[in-house]
Design a protein around this ligand. Structure first.
Ligand code: IMP
Length: 193
């Protein structure tokens, strides 16, 4: 089955392909020759995920999916949440976002946080959503150099190192995105069967 993944984030594509293997023909926006930065104008992950899949479906008429992820920190009342990508400004720089979070969390003892991914699939014109949550905590300093985004300051529950200290296979054992993608892949298998 051919599916367009409505993202420009190569890391997400890599993570997705490592999960679903070769069962699906995953076309990236770049592969499809689409050069747009899809906006994230809404105040929920659900609405932004739908914005991504809908935008590409409207443009191509091809089955597609998009996703939106947020880091939700309990002590910050769920921030950065839906603003995760541009928490420290429109330049969307991971290093700046990390610095801002670490500053806001300075001296805070409750370091509980979670990553939440919402995936929106449009299949033959109908939308389906899948959610993946990974609970964990925010470190007090940057740890590790792998991964992307907030990986260097997030340690998933049950692990003793940050996402940025794990290779992809290890991150996938815990990750929010892996959980959402597993549900998604199961669903696709069921409709394909
Ligand atoms: P978006 O889903 O691309 O809008 O991502 C929102 C923000 O969360 C961006 O700053 C990403 O870098 C960050 N992010 C998304 N997924 C992950 C992840 O798996 N690890 C760390 N940061 C992530």
């Amino acid at each position: 089955m051919k599916l367009i993944f409505a993202t420009n984030n190569e890391n997400k594509v890599k993570e997705f392909k490592s999960l679903v293997g070769n069962n699906f023909d995953i076309i990236t926006l770049q592969d499809a020759g689409i050069d747009i930065d899809i906006p994230e104008p809404h105040d929920t992950l659900e609405a932004n995920a739908l914005e991504k899949s809908e935008t590409i479906y409207r443009m191509t008429g091809t089955n597609c999916f998009g996703e939106d992820t947020g880091l939700e920190i309990t002590a910050l009342n769920g921030a950065p949440g839906v603003l995760s990508a541009r928490y420290a400004g429109e330049q969307k720089l991971a290093a700046d976002n990390i610095t801002k979070v670490l500053q806001e969390m300075e001296g805070v003892t409750n370091r509980e946080a979670q990553f939440r991914t919402v995936l929106s699939l449009i299949l033959d014109g109908k939308e389906y959503q899948f959610e993946g949550i990974c609970k964990g905590h925010i470190t007090t300093a940057v740890q590790g150099e792998k991964g992307f985004g907030y990986d260097p300051i997030f340690v998933p529950e049950g692990a003793s190192k940050s996402f940025a200290e794990m290779d992809l296979a290890e991150k996938n054992q815990y990750s929010h995105r892996a959980k959402a993608h597993h549900l998604f892949a199961e669903f696709l298998k069921s409709v394909n069967a």
